[in-house]
Design a protein around this ligand. Sequence first.
Ligand SMILES: [Zn+2]
Length: 385
Amino acid sequence: MTSQTIANTPTVDQIRRAPKVLLHDHLDGGLRPGTVVDLARETGYTALPATDPDKLALWFHQAADSGSLERYLETFSHTVGVMQTRDALVRVAAECAEDLAEDGVVYAEVRYAPEQHLEGGLSLEEVVEAVNEGFRQGERRAKENGHRIRVGALLTAMRHAARALEIAELANRYRDLGVVGFDIAGAEAGYPPTRHLDAFEYLKRENNHFTIHAGEAFGLPSIWQALQWCGADRLGHGVRIIDDIQVHDDGTVELGRLASYVRDKRIPLELCPSSNLQTGAAASYAEHPIGLLRRLHFRATVNTDNRLMSHTGMSREFEHLVEAFGYTLDDMQWFSVNAMKSAFIPFDERLAMINDVIKPGYAELKSEWLFRQTASTSGSAAAKD
Ligand SMILES: [Zn+2]
């Protein structure tokens, strides 16, 4: 490693302070462990595997890491289990915004499935309004602590259920009121996105935006359906697009038709490295397709997916990538601008975030490096005299 690359490697502190943009984060996958414990006590939820926050955090991480789908899904039954009241939803959403802001995220789209929060008697509308209120509270508290963040909600419909059109209509009704788009999630195998064509066609007719979880565990057919049958604006994960890219021994790269389409049309890939490692979609950070996809200039973005289960955050994701690929602040800026360009808020607002928040933020971090270099160079020159 040359001194140049060492100097360009952002420190942990710089990674945290760098303005970051998050497009793929699940509200029920990002609770603070202490909050899960509190809410379980307050709402009479007795099924938690541990009531000590540290032990519970470890349990979540290990269950998600176990390679067992059953245990992985059990983690969500607990978080969703304690998110069945208005107060719980407000608190979880507020803390989500606060935690992201603390981690240097300036813009986030956080998703959740309203249909999973009705067990306590809330209506779909009450769920959406509670989460929106929480996000606004969190934004205000973050501001009081010197951080600026804007959070938009994505409403998710579950692939195995039959409420996609209803949820799409809900997303459309709360458009401009805190909800910025729609998503479908859940097991890919056996539940193709084309099951929910009526929802996607409705949203297209309404000129609304949506992303689809596709190409995570399941391969190219899922990505192809999401794009060419459903018309998704973005791909949730989309990491298996790598299956349509051939790297030859001489280093040349060949893109299949679908991979070409994704790159040519600048389809955003909501890549979630740590989550992929847990589900086995990649063996290590260094082997994660994000390295190749970034080199080939796909519209790649970095995301957290489930911060609690994957024991991660945006800064931590970038720490892993910096270590694996030697990424610099310029790379981080590239990913952040990519994500901001791909957000579902209006174009003029995205542009303002890029020009007034993201670029100045990175420029400042890069100038710190320049001043430090100058100081240490003059220091060593002085020592020689
Ligand atoms: Zn996801």
